[in-house]
Ligand binder design. Structure first.
Ligand SMILES: Nc1nc2c(c(=O)[nH]1)N[C@H]1C(S)=C(S)[C@@H](COP(=O)(O)OP(=O)(O)OC[C@H]3O[C@@H](n4cnc5c(N)ncnc54)[C@H](O)[C@@H]3O)O[C@H]1N2
Ligand code: MOO
Length: 400
């Protein structure tokens, strides 16, 4: 039995950072990771612009301006945002009425906002001294030309899309998504929507796992139930070998008579990286490598399967996409309600966290109990041989 950190290190050793890239449009780029450096082709803005509705002026013309000694300048015209300004020849003693975001004609070095003037159209009277650069947005105020705006392997957020748009990019080259194959093993499993035969249950945990893979930008290449039949499992793995980057299986990794997953993986030439990890739930989880592909064989119990997924898949994805965005997020908190008896193994306990105040539910902690996962938002890290009670400081993992 190995520690979680060792298991993760073994998995990461097998992961090669995604090399395949694809060009996607901006709306498709959300949640993707850039595959090359993104450089600003032009400055933003690529002209000097006004920060206020007012008058472009020479600051020096206003040095003596005050309410008692206003200064009057000749107004040459009006510039709106989006207009050209080549026709203006800025001279000391003149001004141009200008709107926010409009180009400042060459020569003017400040903008006085209209509230400090008489709003004049032929001439304008100014009642406050302006300093050079006041309300003056220079070329590159936002982004300089040639600036590296996103290094390679940047995770693209909602705001990243706006930044790319501001630079004129309508598409971006990103890493191809991870491709995952999902196999839920067990004769007892039925597909939702189908009737249940005696002793059957519905395949449930795979739906949470598949949804998380999709939500995090991955592709679920296939999702199938596999009977407890070694040949059928070997066949599925072989059929999809070239179509996936990672296989995830559930069930069949413990010590039951039908727990055949480890033997099948070995029979097709897979090499175990670890089997049984020093935590619960989901202790029997197994990691293997087969033809450069990692196979994560998660415990069958639904809560255990999802916890196994949380602990192992996110770091794997972070390594594959070379981006910490995907890593598990830890926090520190204090138990404010509930308790948990001690256990030999480190344990991940479902809990409810709000600004570091953590509640442990009174019951429903079995790894076979699924329904209450929707009411919880963290996994409390319970150290081995240590009970948890109100007042204890603990680390937790965000449930994502
Ligand atoms: N004698 C022992 N028995 C068990 C041990 C042990 O050490 N000695 N370990 C227990 C622990 S801990 C766990 S966790 C489970 C893990 O077993 P497997 O990972 O081999 O999973 P299965 O036996 O196939 O299934 C367990 C349980 O989960 C249900 N299941 C499976 N897949 C799904 C699915 N996709 N959706 C919903 N439910 C699923 C399955 O019907 C079983 O009820 O072993 C303990 N036993
Ligand atoms: O490792 Mo199991 O999930 O405790 O029942």
């Amino acid at each position: 039995m190995i520690e979680l950190e060792q298991a993760l290190a073994l998995i990461k050793q097998q992961i090669t950072v995604q090399e395949n890239t694809v060009v996607v449009t901006l709306p498709e780029a959300l949640g993707r990771v850039t595959s090359s450096e993104i450089v600003a082709k032009t400055a933003v803005p690529n002209f000097a612009r006004s920060g206020m509705d007012g008058y472009a002026i020479f600051a020096a013309d206003t040095h003596t301006a005050s309410p008692q000694t206003p200064v009057t300048l000749k107004v040459l015209g009006t510039v709106l945002a989006g207009e050209a300004v080549d026709q203006y020849h800025a001279q000391p003693g003149t001004a141009v009425k200008i709107m926010t975001g409009a180009p400042i004609p060459d020569g003017y070095d400040a903008v006085v906002r209209q509230e400090l003037t008489d709003y004049g159209t032929e001439t304008v009277t100014i009642t406050r001294a302006m300093t050079k650069g006041k309300n003056f947005g220079p070329i590159g105020e936002d982004v300089a030309q040639g600036q590296v705006i996103f290094p390679k392997y940047t995770y693209l957020t909602c705001d990243s899309l706006a930044v790319l748009a501001s630079l004129g990019y309508d598409s971006v080259s990103v890493l191809q998504p991870i491709r995952v194959g999902l196999i839920a093993t067990g004769n007892e499993l039925a597909t939702p929507g189908q009737p249940l035969a005696t002793g059957q249950i519905y395949n449930s945990s795979m739906y949470a796992i598949a949804a998380r893979i999709r939500q995090s930008g991955g592709v679920v290449v296939f999702q199938e139930i596999c009977q407890d039949d070694p040949q059928a499992l070997a066949q599925l793995l072989t059929d999809y070998r070239d179509a996936v980057d990672v296989f995830l299986t559930t069930g069949g990794v413990s010590v039951g008579v039908k727990d055949f997953v480890p033997q099948v993986i070995e029979s097709i030439g897979g090499k175990p990286l670890f089997h049984n990890v020093y935590f619960k739930p989901g202790t029997p989880v197994m990691g293997s490598v087969w033809q450069d592909k990692v196979i994560l064989s998660l415990s069958g119990n639904p809560f255990a399967a999802i916890v196994n997924f949380q602990l192992l898949y996110w770091p794997l994805l972070a390594a594959f996409m070379n981006n910490h965005h995907f890593d598990l997020k830890r926090g520190q908190g204090k138990i404010v309600a509930g308790q948990m008896k001690s256990s030999k193994l480190p344990r991940y306990v479902r809990g409810d966290q709000d600004h570091g105040a953590i509640r442990i539910p009174a019951n429903g902690h079995q790894s076979s109990v699924l329904h209450n996962v929707v009411a919880h938002n963290c996994l409390i890290c319970q150290p081995p041989d240590q009970a948890l009670s109100v007042g204890d400081e603990v680390t937790y993992l965000e449930w994502r």
